[in-house]
Unconditional design. Structure first.
Length: 237
């Protein structure tokens, strides 16, 4: 039981760290999207977090989201508010997906989880952008300037809520769905690699257990031949 616990913990920490590193790197690689304001950037850093949530559980997905944003805070251009929003939205995405997949471990469960997570993340973006992100942006750009950037693309938006509903909501949902598609394409090869590594962990763990048992057996005190003869002579007397 103890060996199994240590093995599982080692596997959990190792793979979570790998996914966090990949997610951090992907967060630095962002690009603009046509028909969206220039400050709305698309990245696929939620893909490793989603894989972690599926393979290791929702908590692992949260840890991946946290680590990538803590690291990216060192190069933040939004007074860290962008990273805070990204963390919250990432959790809204991977936690529902991971929980649904946990109780329905098949492709349908993974698909439903990803879609539900993407929708929750999109709805959550309305709150985080309106109450967290844009109030900080107003320190760099006035409200009218931000609204004007949206109106340049779609003149019918009249206020920030219109902008968030027309642009940010579909953009965020689309981002989640794209991450889900990529995850579906690469999850099986990655899971095979994880199982291979897991098998090596098991072999090493069993080898260590075998060596430990040998030492325990060797440590048992076995009566020597002279002691056995002495006991026999005493019994004869």
């Amino acid at each position: 039981m103890t060996n199994k616990f240590h093995y599982s913990r080692t596997r959990y920490i190792a793979f979570t760290a790998i996914f966090a590193a990949l997610s951090t790197a992907l967060m630095f690689v962002s690009f603009g999207v046509p028909f969206m304001p220039s400050f709305l950037k698309l990245d696929f850093s939620e893909v490793p977090a989603l894989i972690a949530a599926y393979s290791l559980g929702p908590v692992s997905g949260i840890i991946v989201c946290l680590i990538k944003n803590l690291i990216n805070m060192t190069a933040s251009t939004t007074s860290c508010v962008g990273e805070l929003s990204n963390f919250l939205l990432g959790c809204m995405f991977v936690v529902p997906a991971g929980l649904i997949y946990k109780y329905k471990r098949n492709r349908i469960g993974a698909l439903i989880g990803a879609v539900v997570g993407a929708v929750i993340m999109g709805l959550g973006s309305l709150i985080t952008n309106y109450y967290i992100v844009y109030p900080v942006y107003y320190n760099f750009l006035p409200y009218e300037a931000i609204l004007g950037m949206y109106q340049a693309l779609y003149p019918k938006v009249n206020d920030l809520w219109d902008c968030l509903l027309v642009f940010n909501l579909p953009f965020t949902v689309m981002k989640g769905l794209l991450c889900a598609v990529i995850t579906f394409l690469i999850y099986k090869p990655i899971s095979l690699v994880m199982k291979t590594v897991e098998g090596k962990f098991v072999i090493v763990s069993r080898k260590k257990e075998y060596e430990l048992n040998k030492k325990r057996v060797a440590a048992v005190v076995i009566p020597s031949e002279n002691e056995e003869n002495a006991d026999s002579a005493e019994n004869e007397n």
